[in-house]
Design a protein around this ligand. Structure first.
Ligand code: ZN
Length: 687
């Protein structure tokens, strides 16, 4: 479990140079709709790469874009049909583009693109269309008439009439009860049956899934593959349970073949033998679907720290499966930022010191920290589950035993954090929510550095730290596993960002800087992240649950001191966070870290559930309403994502590659329509 998303919605603002703030931020903003703002990121340093490196990036980038439709189908089995239908209407309808309903359809389509499906990418629930069933039915009749009739509608099933399509699809779009939530993360009901995602099919129950994978597990296998990671589990009509593996010749074969084609084209441009071996092994995995081959690939990948170009491509993160078994497809393509990597190298070089000095019970610590590497990277292409909503840090691989025996590789994506930062310049967010000038100045002075450093610590040391006791299965914490793992990593970072060791190592300027991160974290966890939650709803997403869990727990525990460690104070009817004792706050983070590590190491499901349900899920209704109102007046978007640059391979008249260029001019709609046109290889229904 290993992605970090941008914490606060807009918690950073101008550090200097406010005069140019407006122009600068406009340069980064591409589109805005519903609760979302789309930005572009820049790729500084691309021109300085060699032609060979650029060609490698080019083919890896093609491979990154090809997997897009896999994720749509993983998220829900109707996603491709609905997207293709909407795109065809959007392109072919002669309807007035300024018609209110048409505009609503456009917004709905933009949201589907952003979420890679019909459910919100963070809140998990289904979008409510602002257009009517009649309007959509009319548009479908219209485009069937525009073209050569129903046969040209590519989103119909074979032999399906338009009316049959409408009967099947309209409830999926319009009825609130049908496939209501992509991933149901908690509750005492059957979370597999309740989830709309496409990782399980045929009415299979949670119990059947758990039994199926329990049987595969061998308790004495110290290097177990990630069973079920790359397949859909299906209950056939005759009651048999089968795994449909995502591989060449299996499910999603049409897209995976094209990915492999690009990986093969990338091979001649590999920087060295180690990198070549990584790509070769990944191809072997896509061909066989064999999970031990996947582990072998992951080990080669984490050990390749010499290459300047790097990438992730495959079935990677399991946040979308309530049981944390099945992985969504994602890709990032990047190169190293050598200057900024000096910072993360210092941290990873001292990983053993941090492990030894953590407040965790010695039984749950790694005696020898192996293979920890960390770097700062510049991304050039994002795909699948990293697009358009993008992580700012990644730590892989996820298999516990590989981390234990071989280590892990962490990255902080600084051209993404920089784009967030630039786009938020002077947006008024901190003026509204930060208590006083004292904290505002702290954030202005140290915010960017402290935030990046927290991401470094979270990824490199946090996820890489600790060990689970022998015989404890990594899946024991079930749907609470992802939240608790993120809490563990965040707490590790919070505990150490205040450590004098960081000043001694020269990565923090002084003993005040950590306060910027503490203030920002508490403000976000107790108040401002609620701008992402609709009135009356609970928190669903693992990172958000984690942040409230931590903030609320330390807030509650700190109340018993003579002077509360953290307070919520009211001024002019507005609620603010006040931190009275930063050092006591650090101790509380340490205490909670020790407890969360214990829960993970011992696989204490009941304690983990209690922690998440008590502190991480329910929302304070008064603060929520007040926060939404304050935020609304700022006219900002709580969610952000990115368009990619357009990458072109330039050939001379002899057909030889002479350069690879990046262009930043494409807008959001253009990019999405281009991707749907050029990178769609899957059938509409993958059953
Ligand atoms: Zn994480």
């Amino acid at each position: 479990m290993s992605l970090t998303f941008f914490n606060a919605c807009n918690s950073k603002q101008a550090y200097s140079n406010t005069a140019t703030a407006e122009n600068n931020s406009l340069d980064y903003v591409v589109d805005k709709f519903a609760d979302t703002q789309v930005l572009r990121y820049k790729v500084p340093g691309f021109e300085d790469l060699s032609l060979q490196q650029k060609q490698l990036l080019f083919h890896l980038s093609e491979a990154a874009l090809i997997g897009r439709d896999i994720l749509y189908d993983q998220n829900c089995r109707y996603n491709l049909a609905i997207r293709r239908m909407l795109e065809q209407i959007f392109l072919d309808s002669k309807c007035d583009r300024n018609d209110r309903q048409f505009k609503e359809l456009e917004i709905y389509l933009k949201r589907v693109w952003f979420a890679n499906g019909i459910h919100h990418h963070y809140a998990e629930d289904k979008f409510t269309p602002g257009f009517s069933q009649d309007f959509l039915a009319d548009r479908l009749q219209e485009i069937a008439g525009n073209t050569s009739g129903e046969a040209s509608l590519t989103f119909l099933r074979k032999g399906q009439s338009l009316q049959q399509f409408i009967d099947e699809i309209f409830p999926v779009i319009f009825s609130p009860d049908v496939l209501a939530k992509r991933t149901v993360q908690s509750g005492d009901g059957d979370i597999i049956l309740a989830s709309a995602n496409n990782y399980y099919a045929g009415g299979i129950t949670q119990k059947e899934v758990e039994d199926f994978y329990e049987k595969q597990r061998q308790p004495d296998d110290l290097t177990p593959p990630s069973y079920g990671l790359n397949s859909r589990l299906v209950k056939e009509p005759d009651g048999r349970i089968t795994e449909k593996t995502w591989k060449i010749g299996g499910l999603y074969s049409d897209a995976i073949e094209k990915i492999v084609e690009q990986l093969e084209k990338a091979l001649p441009f590999a920087e060295n033998q180690a990198q070549k071996a990584v790509i070769v092994k990944l191809i072997a995995f896509y061909r066989t679907g064999d999970l031990r081959t996947f582990d072998a690939y992951a080990i080669l990948w984490l050990k390749d720290t010499a290459s300047e170009i790097d990438f992730v491509n495959g079935f990677t993160e399991t946040y979308g499966d309530p049981l944390g078994i099945k992985a969504s497809w994602e890709s990032t393509v990047n190169f190293i930022n050598k200057e900024a990597t000096k910072r993360t190298k210092i941290i990873s070089d001292n990983a053993q010191w941090f492990e030894d000095h953590s407040p965790v019970d010695p039984r749950f610590k790694k005696t020898t920290v192996k293979g920890i590497s960390a770097k700062v990277i510049t991304v050039v292409m994002l795909g699948g589950d990293c697009y358009p909503s993008t992580p700012i840090g990644i730590n892989l691989p996820n298999a516990e035993w590989i981390r234990r025996d071989h280590g892990s590789k962490s990255v902080t994506i600084e051209n993404i954090t920089e784009a967030y930062d630039q786009a938020a310049l002077g947006n008024g967010f901190n003026d509204e929510f930060v208590r006083s000038d004292v904290e505002k100045e702290l954030i202005e002075k140290y915010g960017f550095l402290a935030d990046n450093l927290h991401t470094d610590l979270h990824e490199c040391l946090g996820h890489g730290s600790g060990q689970i006791l022998p015989g404890i299965s990594p899946d024991t914490l079930k749907s609470y596993g992802a939240t608790l793992e993120e809490a563990r990593a965040d707490l590790f970072g919070l505990y150490y960002i205040a450590d004098p060791k960081l000043v001694e190592l020269g990565v923090m300027p002084d003993s005040e800087a950590f306060k910027a991160e503490y203030y920002r974290f508490m403000m976000n966890g107790l108040i401002t992240q609620l701008v992402r939650i609709e009135p009356g709803k609970d928190i669903e997403e693992a990172h958000m649950r984690n942040r409230q869990l931590i903030a609320k727990w330390v807030y509650e525990k700190g109340k018993t001191s003579n002077i509360p460690v953290v307070e919520l104070i009211k001024s002019n009817q507005k609620t603010y966070v006040r931190i009275n004792d930063y050092n006591a706050l650090r101790n509380l983070f340490g205490k909670l870290l020790a407890e969360v590590q214990r829960i993970k190491s011992e696989g204490d499901y009941q304690a983990g559930k209690a922690l998440v349900e008590t502190y991480g899920v329910k929302v304070d209704q008064d603060i929520h309403a007040e926060t939404l109102e304050r935020y609304r007046k700022l006219n900002l978007s709580p969610y952000k994502g990115f368009v990619n640059p357009t990458m072109k391979l330039i050939r001379n008249d002899k057909g030889e590659a002479v350069d690879v260029t990046l262009d930043y001019s494409e807008n959001y709609t253009q990019q999405m329509l281009r991707y749907s046109r050029d990178y769609s290889f899957l059938p509409t229904y993958n059953e």
